[in-house]
Design a protein around this ligand. Structure first.
Ligand SMILES: [Mg+2]
Length: 394
């Protein structure tokens, strides 16, 4: 059997562990980092001693104080955590150039190309773990797998502080109930429950397309591969306005138009996008971008829109100035290959049907209502003038 080469590392109770390292009197006591007991706000990290009382991250501080009244509460010292996080990642990058950060204390590292460092990948994994622990002074859990999913599940099982690997990853996952499979969100879980699917095995047997899709979403590249190798290109389009625009509805229309274009482009090239980025240039030429991962790889206009609109809104909140340009970009592109339309992809089928009409009768023959405002505003100037797209990078 092939040797696993994807290592997942996760610092145990990160913020709490840093506080404990700096103040040994805290060791073993329930410790909650995020704020003081009476404050508003939520728990950022709870030490394992506090978790035993049912405290978990994301819980309101006051609830945590009720569950564990004798816990020590600390406000976070984030500059400190971020410095240690930097040490953690620097250490990992000495072992492999392929390191993917998931959050401040979590990473995937592909050891496939680092085998010259050690004859055994298990030994190498243990060495990476030990060195990262030595350099950060913190306990780190590690999991080795053929894919990121397998590595993550192994790491979960290894907590706290261990190193596990899965011998037969596919078999292990097939036996899990769906709520235990990372990548199956509450929505998907709900739908699948309705279909009577409870375990990975049933999902794989009954709905192989969705099975692949679930993994393609969270662990782009599918079950059979490790870290994804996205198609290295992106599509972007932007519009510079003839007059600066402040009116939000109109900016939405422009964004809708750009996304509509990008969706058709993705569809035509047989690609899924993994991320969407929105760019805003204000009247003083200051330029900002915001990006977000899509919930799963898609070419659907509707999903692009859902992800991009909050990005535009947060960009607009940055300055109290009108915009002179709005842009949109999709990247993290993957070939669609063998993934077939499925029930959850109704939006994609709709995007495809719309694109078919556009193909035949011209792009503007069918417009989404959001961008129709543009026609109203620029009745004479058609695309190619006002809506000229500035760049298309491949
Ligand atoms: Mg952690």
């Amino acid at each position: 059997m092939k040797t696993p080469s994807v290592l997942h590392l996760d610092i145990d109770a990160f913020f709490a562990a840093v506080e404990e390292a700096l103040d040994p009197t805290l060791r073993g006591r329930p410790l909650i980092v995020g704020g003081l007991a009476h404050e508003r706000g939520v728990v950022c990290t709870a030490s394992y001693a506090a978790r035993r009382y049912g405290v978990h991250s994301g819980m309101a501080l006051r609830t945590a104080a009720r569950k564990c009244p004798h816990a020590v509460f600390r406000r976070g010292r984030y500059h400190l955590y971020s410095r240690i996080s930097g040490q953690f990642f620097a250490c990992l990058r000495r072992f492999s150039p392929r390191v993917e950060d998931v959050s401040v204390d979590e990473a995937y590292i592909d050891l496939g190309g680092s085998r010259y460092l050690s004859p055994s990948v298990y030994e190498l994994a243990a060495r990476v773990q030990a060195e990262a622990e030595r350099e950060t002074g913190l306990k780190i859990s590690a999991g080795l797998g053929h894919t990121r999913l397998g590595a993550k599940l192994a790491c979960e099982a290894a907590k706290p502080g261990g190193l596990f690997w899965l011998h037969d990853e596919a078999e292990f996952i097939a036996g899990l109930t769906l709520d235990k499979i990372p990548g199956v969100g509450p929505q998907t879980h709900f739908v699948l429950q309705g279909l009577g699917v409870r375990r990975g095995r049933e999902l794989k047997a009954k709905y192989p397309t969705l099975w692949r899709r679930v993994f393609a979403g969270q662990y782009a590249g599918g079950m059979e591969r490790g870290l994804p190798e996205p198609v290295s290109r992106s599509f972007s389009r932007e519009t510079t306005f003839p007059n600066d625009i402040r009116e939000e509805g109109l900016l939405h229309s422009h964004l809708a138009y750009l996304l509509d274009r990008l969706a058709v482009q993705l569809l035509r090239d047989g690609l899924y996008a993994g991320r969407v980025e929105v760019k805003a240039r204000f009247s003083d030429f200051s330029t900002f971008t915001r990006r977000a991962a899509l919930p799963f790889p898609t070419f659907s206009y509707f999903h692009l829109w859902q992800a991009a609109l909050p990005l535009l809104r947060s960009l607009l909140a940055r300055r109290d100035l009108p915009l002179r340009l709005v842009g949109a970009k999709v990247d993290g592109l993957q070939a669609r290959r063998d993934i077939l339309p499925f029930f959850s992809l109704r939006d994609e089928r709709m995007t495809a049907a719309i694109a078919g009409v556009k193909e035949r009768f011209g792009f503007s023959s069918l417009r989404n209502a959001r961008s129709m405002l543009l026609e109203e505003l620029y009745p004479v100037e058609r695309e190619g003038m006002v809506l000229k797209t500035a760049s298309l990078t491949k």
